[in-house]
Design a protein around this ligand. Structure first.
Ligand code: HEM
Length: 469
């Protein structure tokens, strides 16, 4: 009897040890603890807290309390937020394969599920190469005079002294530059159709996603369908003419995978809409902030004016348009652009989702949780940028420490349009300060999110044409 109990005891002990060892070997991460932080109320988490205040203050307060890594629960998602350069590098660069891009399905439906930024792996690599190629320095250097012409015509309608929304005007400009980069020269009727329908999609993008007829989201879905039709027409016309253009559409049309497969019309359309989406509000928001920062810093505006007027004077004398070389030699203006990108940090953070349990510095990032590298917190950390709330372009006389300045993201999904964006912004700065003076109207503070931060009401301002340059 005693020996039976003894054998049963030994058997149970062995079984328990086996289960314990197996569990620990198979799921070593289960032993790790979650990062500090609060998950808020059941279901709603901390969503109300986030939306009842400036999101930047929400993240900054969390970082102050919990440090570089913390957990929260917002918009129905369990999230881990990362506020250090090393953590951002871990998620976006060195361990990028463990974190997939993630967007709400409602937004994916509007842009199109084949757009590159929803993907990772082979399809993403293929598309990214094509997009990057069409936006490379070699490709965009030929666009300078066209971009300048777009800046001139975008400002044609600015009647002296009339109040306009700076953001709205900058959106018109960045849309046209986007169209140029994607299609090269596009027939007027196609441009107008694209503009009309894209603006409906744009309005739906930030609205409540519902299929109820008449709502902005439903209208946006219908406009998105019309966009596909227009794009199909443009594509078949291009195919017929067998043009070998170097613009984005040309690069996409000429691409074949290792099996000789070309991209489908749906893949082409989703990526065209995707690039337009990535290009328009981002660049327009930064330009709006620049108009504000220059207005708020008259000495800096004088320095930028002096730099640009010298270029303008030379070009006027020789009857030349702005050149690529000139856009690469604007040190004062360029530092203003960099400092505006830092200060405004219009992409405050990005979203990824852990595809597996991941360990970071002894903490568990559970599979399925959202992971958010907080660019803005890094850009506003006094450890990396002294007196971070001060607008001071001269700080960029010294390059920032590695991974501390990521306005265009980092790693496999970093912005392929960053050089085009900078060229477009510098061209607008050149045009603005050589041809105009302006005055900001009304309240000069306040930020609105749509979804990128822009000055309140899109920065209403009055512009006057300068009588001489
Ligand atoms: C100042 C303007 C811009 C800013 C601040 C900006 C910022 C960014 C950032 C932070 C990302 C990475 C997002 C992530 O990792 O989740 C990104 C991705 C992207 N951007 Fe930009 N962007 C700008 C302008 C543009 C322009 C002009 C284009 C195209 C003409 C463009 C095309 C793209 C595309 C296609 C991606 C996705 C890349 C991928 O997933 O591989 N962006 N951008």
């Amino acid at each position: 009897m005693v020996s039976t109990v003894f054998y049963v005891f030994i058997f149970l002990l062995a079984l328990l040890s086996y289960i314990f060892i197996k569990r620990n070997n198979r799921e070593p991460h289960k032993r790790l603890k979650l990062p500090p932080g609060s998950m808020g109320w059941p279901y709603i988490g901390e969503t109300l807290k986030l939306y009842s205040q400036d999101p930047n203050s929400f993240f900054a307060a969390k970082q102050k309390r919990y440090g570089e890594i913390f957990k929260t629960h917002i918009l129905g998602c369990k999230c881990i937020m990362l506020a250090s350069p090393e953590a951002a590098k871990f998620v976006l660069v060195t361990q990028a394969h463990l974190f997939k891009p993630t967007y709400p399905k409602s937004k994916e439906r509007l842009i199109g599920p084949s757009a590159l930024f929803f993907h990772q792996g082979d399809y993403h690599i293929r598309l990214r190469k094509l997009v990057q190629g069409s936006l490379s320095l070699v490709a965009i250097r030929n666009l300078v005079s066209d971009i300048q012409a777009i800046a001139v015509s975008a400002s044609d309608s600015w009647v002296s002294g009339q109040i306009i929304s700076t953001f709205h005007e900058m959106k018109r400009y960045s849309f046209e530059v986007g169209i140029l980069a994607i299609f090269g020269h596009l027939e007027e009727r196609y441009r107008e159709e694209l503009k009309k329908n894209y603006s409906i999609v744009d309005r739906g993008y930030n609205s409540f996603p519902t299929n109820i007829p008449g709502t902005p989201y439903k209208k946006a879905l219908l406009a998105r369908k019309r966009l596909s039709k227009i794009l199909s027409e443009i594509i078949s016309e291009r195919k017929e003419k067998r043009l070998l253009e170097k613009d984005l559409l040309g690069c996409l049309l000429n691409s074949k995978d290792e099996k000789g497969q070309v991209l489908t019309d749906e893949q082409l359309a989703d990526n065209i809409i995707g690039v337009l989406f990535a290009a328009q509000d981002t660049t327009a928001s930064v330009m709006t902030w620049i108009v504000k920062y220059l207005h708020d810093h008259p000495k800096l505006l004088e320095a930028v004016k002096a730099e640009q007027k010298e270029i303008g004077k030379f070009n006027d004398l020789n009857n030349l348009p702005l050149s690529w070389t000139q856009t690469r030699k604007m040190p004062v203006s360029y530092k203003v652009v960099l400092e505006s990108l830092r200060m405004a940090s219009i992409i405050s953070f990005t979203f990824r989702e852990a595809v597996d349990d991941v360990e970071y510095k002894g903490y568990l990032i559970p599979k399925g949780w959202k992971v958010m590298p907080l660019f803005r917190n890094i850009h506003h950390n006094p450890e990396f940028f002294t007196d971070p709330q001060k607008f001071d372009p001269s700080r960029f006389e010294v390059p920032p420490k590695p991974n501390t300045f990521m306005p265009f993201g980092s790693g496999v999904h970093a912005c392929p349009g960053n050089e085009l964006a900078k060229l477009e912004i510098l061209t607008m700065v050149h045009h603005l300060v050589t041809k105009f003076r302006w005055e900001v109207v009304g309240s000069e503070s306040g930020i609105q999110y749509g979804p990128f931060p822009v000055p309140q009401e899109g920065l209403p301002a009055r512009f006057w044409r300068e009588s001489s340059s």
